[in-house]
Each structure stands twice: as structure tokens, then as C-alpha cells.
Design a protein around this ligand. Structure first.
Ligand code: PAF
Length: 283
């Protein structure tokens, strides 16, 4: 596996390969790799000649200094994992390499997608995500880029970014990878203590029940039911639960049978924030 920290060297390497008509698949990550990431990389390997993974804990997408400082960093084991699955290229830039001396995000208009859910609770988060994804796309210029559906809002925003900036990149969304007990895989899971880890699968259990209820009940009823489940939970604190339309991410007002809906949830276990989502059926 080739490892680059210099963006110009990476660009030249990839340019040379594009000249030879090689296709590039790209999996951007913040490291602390888990099976969900490996699944994205496997999908990328199937469809592209060269797979590039980036590991960069992007400071501008964190709205809390504490969250940034506590984000798990496991570069050595990440490199081992990537070598084991025969990843072709790893890009690990420094903060200076990406931002120079000015660590701020660009401002984006994602046609309102950025104001829903995560955007409401994590101010500036999607400006940070937009900034780093756009920068990485400019450096790597892949044919295909792979994102997990766990961050479904991010996935929709990246699709919008590609459209607005006319990147010739096909965005591939990949289904959520779950632990055996249903907990959505996330780098943040590594920070849960034993009790929190035991409690966390409750989030997916509630989502599954909500999905069942949505077949026959209206969205307000389902939302109230979910809120009640967390009301007196000793370890998990609900930040939000919402049923939203997949395309606009706007909270549902009336159930329309030609629209696709998803349930979205954010929960705190101590100071660790976990998100998850599940596609719903109207009938
Ligand atoms: O999903 C993530 O890990 C990050 O938001 C991403 C896309 C790598 C940008 O920093």
C-alpha cells in the first residue's frame, strides 16, 4: 500500500494512473476504522482499479472542542487493517496540508438539507463536511466515492455538493453495517463504557419498533412513542427523533404514499453522541 501525506505527490501518482485509464474509487474516513469502513472499501475494490482511502480527522466539522479531542485516533492499527485488505493508497494529510494556516470552513448552501436534523444540533457541521469533502474530491478526483448510510444526511449533502460543483464523481451510498446486537457501527462506539455499550442496541430496537408502528399509526403518534421510550432511560438521552422525507430531509407533515420516509435518531450515552436511521414503509 502506498501512503501519501503530500497532496501534490498523491495527485501526480493518481494522474499518472488516470493516463493509463485506471479508474479510482475513493473512501474518505476520519480513521478509527471498523467493519463498516472495510465494507465500503470492499465495495470500492470491486468496481475500481485503484482504491484510495483518506484518514483525516477534520477539525472544522466538530462543533465541540471536547468532541474533536476525544475522537478516537488509531492510525497504527488502521494502517494494518488497510494493508490486510490490500488497499492501494492511503492519504493521511496533516491539518496544515489541508487548511494551511487558516482552519476555517467555506460556507455552503445545500438547498436547505444542511438545516435539518444534524444541522440543527451541530452548528456549522455541514460547512465543515462540505469543505473537507470538496477539498478531498479536488485532490483525488475519483470516478466513484463511497459513503455509509449511517450518516444519511451527509450522504444526501455530498450528492448535492457533487451536483452544485459539477464534479464528475459518482456517489455510492452503502447500507448501514451493524454489530450482531443491531448497534450501527461507528468509530465513536469505541468510546462507550461496558454499561453504555450494553445499553446502546436499544436505539436500533426502538427504530425497528417505530418502523412497524409507522405502517398503521401516524408520525406524531410514533414520535411521541419514541420520545417516551427514552424519557426515563438511565443511560441514553434522546437528542432528537424525527421521521423525514428521504429527498428533502424535511420532517413529515402528512404521510404521502408516493414518498420515501426514514426515521432518524440522535442519542447521547454520557457525552458520546450516537446516530442511526432506518428506512420506513408507508403501507
Ligand atoms: O463520515 C465521515 O467520516 C466524515 O464526515 C468524512 C466524510 C470523512 C469527512 O470528514
Amino acid at each position: 500500500m502506498k501512503i501519501f501525506s503530500d497532496k501534490n505527490l498523491l495527485k501526480s501518482f493518481l494522474e499518472a494512473n488516470k493516463q493509463k485509464n485506471k479508474t479510482i474509487g475513493f473512501v474518505p474516513t476520519m480513521g478509527a476504522l471498523h467493519h463498516g469502513h472495510l465494507f465500503l472499501i470492499e465495495q470500492a475494490k470491486k468496481k475500481n482499479d485503484i482504491v484510495v482511502v483518506s484518514i483525516f480527522v477534520n477539525p472544522t466539522q466538530f462543533n465541540s472542542k471536547e468532541d474533536l479531542e476525544n475522537y478516537p485516533k488509531t492510525l497504527e492499527s488502521d494502517v494494518e487493517m488497510l494493508k490486510n485488505i490490500h488497499c492501494d493508497v492511503l492519504f493521511v494529510p496533516s491539518v496544515e496540508e489541508i487548511y494551511h494556516e487558516n482552519i476555517v470552513s467555506e460556507k455552503f448552501d445545500f438547498d436547505g438539507l444542511e438545516h435539518q436534523m444534524e444541522g440543527k444540533f451541530r452548528e456549522g457541521h455541514f460547512d465543515g463536511v462540505g469543505t473537507i469533502v470538496k477539498t478531498l474530491f479536488e485532490i483525488v478526483a475519483p470516478n466513484n466515492a463511497y459513503f455509509g448510510e449511517k450518516d444519511f444526511q451527509q450522504l444526501q449533502i455530498v450528492k448535492k455538493l457533487v451536483k452544485k460543483y459539477t464534479f464528475a464523481i459518482s456517489i455510492k451510498g452503502c447500507a448501514i453495517f451493524r454489530e450482531k446486537d443491531g448497534l450501527a457501527m461507528s468509530s465513536r462506539n469505541a468510546r462507550l463504557n461496558i454499561e453504555q455499550r450494553k445499553a446502546a442496541p436499544f436505539i436500533y430496537k426502538v427504530l425497528k419498533k417505530a418502523k412497524k408502528m409507522f405502517l398503521t399509526e401516524n408520525h406524531d403518534f410514533v414520535t411521541n412513542w419514541v420520545e417516551n421510550q427514552f424519557e426515563n432511560h438511565p443511560l441514553l438521552k434522546l437528542e432528537y427523533f424525527t421521521i423525514a422525507e428521504e429527498k428533502t430531509l424535511e420532517t413529515i407533515k402528512i404521510k404521502e404514499f408516493n414518498k420515501k420516509y426514514r426515521a432518524f435518531i440522535a442519542v447521547f450515552a454520557g457525552n458520546i453522541r450516537l446516530i442511526d436511521n432506518l428506512q420506513l414503509r408507508n403501507s
